[in-house]
Ligand binder design. Structure first.
Ligand SMILES: *Cc1c(COP(=O)(O)O)cnc(C)c1O
Length: 428
């Protein structure tokens, strides 16, 4: 593969953007090499400026459940565009997308649209604090909820101490209001609630964490969390920015048959345009201005193009046998990887849940972010680069989750399995 035009653009970008990018993981910093520049995308494929093509398992970080430039999504945006790009006033499209979401997720009675998952998580925290009059929040290590101050926090020195900033620029007085707990650890969770529960406004989590690789909850963990939170009057916020509409119309909450107080959405509901949303019980959501005292606003919130893209994508999910098709592809991939693991003895844990998957290069089971941090990063870099040069684009980090879309075919999966096999044979 030749990357000469990408190399030239990368040199220019480094003069313009910190680290050459507008979002850190795109820099390939954790895998090395030069990031490619995309000229166009269609279905399961990305095409770069040098004419290389890739089968894409990033899918805009999960947002594109039907792949790139799906005709129905493109048409919906195109038609809406003829009537203007932003009104600074209400449009019926907001109501239509909200109804689609509410009918899929019964825990959502009222909803507010924002422009990103970060903004939605930040607003959910403020709503929970405003509703409860409490200030502390609990989150889990390895769960990502965007980059707002209260959520960019890592665990302090002990399991039951309050958090410390996970970025410079985050005031320690804010991070000290966030308690960060290990994932899948019931005893620590119970102790933390004993210590902080009564001052805790909300516990926020990805019901199936997918931002430290894919680490599903162990049996009974979510149920324990919900009942404990209830006992202390702490709100439960499900961050379903990834899992919402990816695993089922009703997200992880439908699959597990549980209901949070608030739900955060993003990615898929925007159809590839910038959208986030926070929704939940009426009496909690009505804390928001203009009815309530929790302030929140947005110039482009409910933007007609973004709403149109989201509506089209959600309607396609309903129209197609989306989840059975994704499950079939996921099973095919899982079987192929299991076969490879039998043939080659390699310290690899492959996790899959529906259309989400990740590779952990470690001999040990991965149940928490601490386990994930123990992976062989160098081996992942080799793996990533070798796949890329064979025309496969995986997330450029050992701590991100890969995605399937309905645009992927059985032959895409066969191709992926073959290249994974050839690569692992080479790097073992
Ligand atoms: C991507 C993501 C966010 C942040 O969304 P942005 O649109 O990138 O701000 C929040 N939570 C989860 C679980 C995510 O995966």
């Amino acid at each position: 593969m030749v990357f000469s035009l990408s190399e030239k653009l990368w040199a220019e970008a480094q003069q313009l953007f910190p680290g050459g990018v507008n979002s850190p993981v795109r820099s390939f910093k954790s895998v090395g090499g030069i990031p490619f520049y995309v000229s166009r995308a269609k279905g399961s494929k990305l095409f770069d400026v040098d004419g290389n093509s890739y089968t894409d398992y990033v899918c805009s970080w999960g947002a594109l459940i039907h792949g790139h430039a799906h005709p129905a999504v493109v048409r919906s945006i195109g038609e809406t565009l003829q009537d203007g790009t932003s009104f600074g006033a209400n449009s019926p499209l907001e109501i239509k997308l909200a109804q689609l979401i509410r009918s899929a997720m019964p825990s959502i009675e009222k909803i507010r649209f924002v422009n990103s998952g970060t903004e939605a998580c930040m607003s959910a925290i403020r709503i929970a604090r405003g509703f409860s009059g409490r200030e502390k929040i609990i989150k889990f290590e390895g769960c990502y909820h965007g980059h707002s101050d209260s959520l960019l926090v890592k665990a302090g020195s002990g399991a039951l101490t309050t958090g410390v900033p996970d970025s410079s620029g985050v005031p320690s007085c804010l991070s000290s209001l966030t308690v960060v707990l290990p994932w899948n650890d019931k005893p620590t969770l119970l102790e933390a609630f004993k210590k902080y529960g009564k001052e805790t406004a909300a516990v926020i989590l990805e019901p199936i964490p997918a931002n430290c690789g894919l680490i599903p909850p162990t049996e009974g963990f979510l149920e324990c969390l919900l009942s404990t939170a209830k006992q202390y009057g702490t709100l439960v916020i499900f961050d379903e920015v990834i899992t919402g509409f990816r695993l089922a119309m009703g997200g992880a909450q439908e699959l597990f048959g549980i209901q949070p107080d608030l739900t955060v959405l993003g990615k898929i509901i925007g159809g590839g345009l910038p959208v986030g949303a926070v929704g939940g019980k009426k009496e909690i959501m009505d804390c928001l201005s203009p009815v309530g005292t929790v302030y929140q606003a947005g110039t482009l919130s409910g933007n007609p193009l973004a709403m149109a893209a989201g509506i089209a994508q959600l309607e396609q999910i309903k129209k197609l046998p989306t989840y059975s098709q994704l499950e079939t592809l996921g099973r095919q991939l899982e079987a192929a990887i299991e076969d490879i693991q039998k043939k080659l003895s390699i310290p690899l844990q492959f996790h899959r849940f529906g259309s989400m998957f990740s590779f952990f290069f470690t001999p040990k089971k991965v149940l928490s972010s601490a386990d994930a941090y123990g992976v062989d990063k160098k081996r992942f870099s080799h793996f990533f680069t070798s796949l890329l040069h064979s025309g496969i684009f995986l997330p450029p980090s050992p701590y991100e989750t890969a995605f399937l879309s309905t645009a992927h075919s059985e032959s895409d999966i066969d191709e992926l399995a073959k290249i994974v096999y050839d690569t692992l044979k080479k790097i073992t």
